[in-house]
Design a protein around this ligand. Structure first.
Ligand SMILES: [Zn+2]
Length: 168
């Protein structure tokens, strides 16, 4: 199953980039410089991977769970710092404490994800979800170009899943 998810990760990334670049050239939009070009490719890839967030073994899910754990650590950083100072009296033990906290919180985040996870290729793999995704991204970023790229990636994923159903 591991191979399958790596293959589909690459397939979705490549299809996302291809579709994105074709649409951009059709719209007569060309990235201004190498930095914008790199960001363009990156956003297309991120968009193309997001729908598989409903699949436990996918690359997108693994990255998202890791980021969610980092976010929880960040939110709780004050409390964790107090706790580690209370429990451990030297910097090495405090560092080990931080690593242990990360492992425990990652476990909790994983458990939470499994409890609320939507069905694979359910709602998140629908064009209605793509519309909600578009509104959400534009509301959060207020950037039309970034929204366009993420949405093109997202739609390329749905399109690819429809064409090659074996791609997870
Ligand atoms: Zn998919």
């Amino acid at each position: 199953m591991r191979n399958l998810s790596v293959t589909s990760f690459l397939a979705h990334a490549v299809i996302g980039i291809a579709l994105g670049l074709v649409i951009l050239s059709a719209l007569n939009i060309s990235p201004a410089n190498p930095v914008v070009y790199s960001i363009t490719i990156l956003l297309l890839v991120i968009g193309a991977l997001i729908p598989d967030i409903d699949h436990e073994q996918s690359f997108a899910t693994r990255v998202a769970l890791l980021l969610a754990t980092v976010l929880v650590m960040y939110v709780l950083s004050k409390q964790l710092e107090e706790l580690s100072k209370l429990l451990f009296d030297n910097i090495i033990m405090q560092t080990i404490g931080v690593i242990l906290a990360f492992i425990i919180l990652n476990h909790v985040v994983n458990k939470f994800y499994r409890a609320v996870k939507p069905v694979h290729r359910g709602f998140i793999h629908s064009y209605s979800a793509a519309v909600i995704f578009t509104i959400a991204v534009y509301t959060l970023t207020a950037n039309a170009y970034a929204t366009l790229l993420l949405v093109l990636g997202y739609i390329s994923h749905l399109w690819a899943d429809g064409l090659f159903f074996k791609v997870t």
